[in-house]
Design a protein around this ligand. Structure first.
Ligand code: SF4
Ligand code: SF4
Length: 336
């Protein structure tokens, strides 16, 4: 691993160059990832909680056309869309966000390679930031991560003091990105940054994910699901703020009898119509079945399919739930 020291002012100079080159700079600002042009808005605060929303909409937009069509009596013509593929630099992603693309990548390359996701993801540079603060909803340490995890980051920052960071260059992509800025990088001392990361207070491990996996396999019909289902409003806010939830729907929108477009829109497994069949039959007709699906998908089915938990432990879904349903509590207490 290559470690350097960089002054905050020099990091901001690099950001200026990124913008001058026409790339997009995304930072957590005022509780969401925003496109930043005014550097005074960049805080790079390791003690801030994860922003209220993740950056997934920049790689997997809330809604987008995947093709256009024209129809005549004898023919249908399909017209490709131009996929926006600007370089995006994400500065200051907490570990629970930085690894989200790695987790989602499995789905978008499973039975079909989704070029929309892949072309964008290829052009992302993720500059992660160590996390020095957690609240009662955070549980990254229960899902194979931690506030100092470098997973998913191309470059990882550790604050040394108010004005400088230790910079770990993790991937080839990160190395290529930073190499033109060698003049700003000073030789680092791994012992200092190691000492800082070792002193970070970690959220207590709330559950053993292997035990949760086993329990889910044996308790599909548990009465616990009914209790949660009675509380849940089916609003799917939990899915929309989640950095790794990825349900989508495909809908054809006709402009006229002869023209239209095919749209890919975010969807959520908590919506009542999510599994509605054309026949009118709905296999997940009540909310308890839908919430059971959410937890099983994250902690069992995704593990079976891809060997990874579909959750980064960011706690956003619980922080934002209008009726205070807390996934950490549910999973931690499943066996009680
Ligand atoms: S945010 Fe809360 S109420 Fe809304 S669907 Fe999710 S768990 Fe249910
Ligand atoms: S399920 Fe909740 S805690 Fe897990 S990644 Fe999604 S929003 Fe974060």
């Amino acid at each position: 691993m290559d470690e350097k020291i960089i002054l905050k002012d020099d990091l901001l100079r690099i950001c200026g160059d990124v913008i001058d080159k026409g790339h997009i700079l995304l930072c957590p600002v005022m509780n969401e990832y925003s496109i930043v042009k005014d550097f005074s808005r960049i805080k790079l605060d390791a003690s801030a909680l994860p922003a209220g929303t993740s950056f997934k909409c920049y790689v997997f937009p809330k809604t987008e056309p995947v093709l256009y069509y024209k129809r005549s009596k004898s023919d249908v013509q399909l017209i490709d869309v131009n996929i926006d593929r600007k370089n995006i630099v994400i500065l200051g992603a907490k570990p629970c966000d930085a690894n989200s693309l790695n987790i989602m990548k499995h789905l978008f390359n499973w039975d079909y390679s989704d070029e929309f996701f892949n072309l964008r993801e290829k052009n992302f540079i993720i500059i992660g930031l160590m996390c020095s603060h957690y609240d009662e909803y955070c549980f990254c340490t229960s899902v194979d991560s931690s506030p100092v995890s470098e997973k998913g980051s191309d470059i990882f920052l550790i604050p040394v003091d108010e004005n400088k960071f230790a910079m770990r260059i993790i991937t080839e992509k990160g190395s290529e990105f930073i190499s033109p800025y060698a003049e700003y990088l000073k030789t680092g001392d791994e012992n200092i940054s190691k000492q800082i990361t070792e002193n970070v207070k970690l959220p207590k491990v709330a559950f053993d994910s292997n035990e949760v996996y086993e329990w889910l396999g044996e308790n599909f019909e548990s009465p616990k699901w009914e209790g949660i289902g009675n509380l849940c409003l089916s609003c799917a806010k939990c899915a929309f703020v989640c950095p790794v939830c990825h349900c989508f729907d495909i809908v054809d929108e006709d402009y006229s009898y002869t023209e239209g477009r095919r749209m890919k829109n975010w969807d959520g497994c908590q919506f009542g119509n999510f599994t509605m069949h054309a026949s009118g039959h709905n296999p997940r007709d009540i909310q308890s079945k839908r919430y059971r699906q959410r937890v099983n998908h994250k902690f069992r089915y995704y593990v079976d399919k891809f060997g990874e938990i579909l959750c980064t432990g960011c706690g956003r879904c619980s922080r934002g739930c209008p009726v205070s349903i807390d996934i950490k509590e549910i999973v931690s207490n499943c066996k009680d």
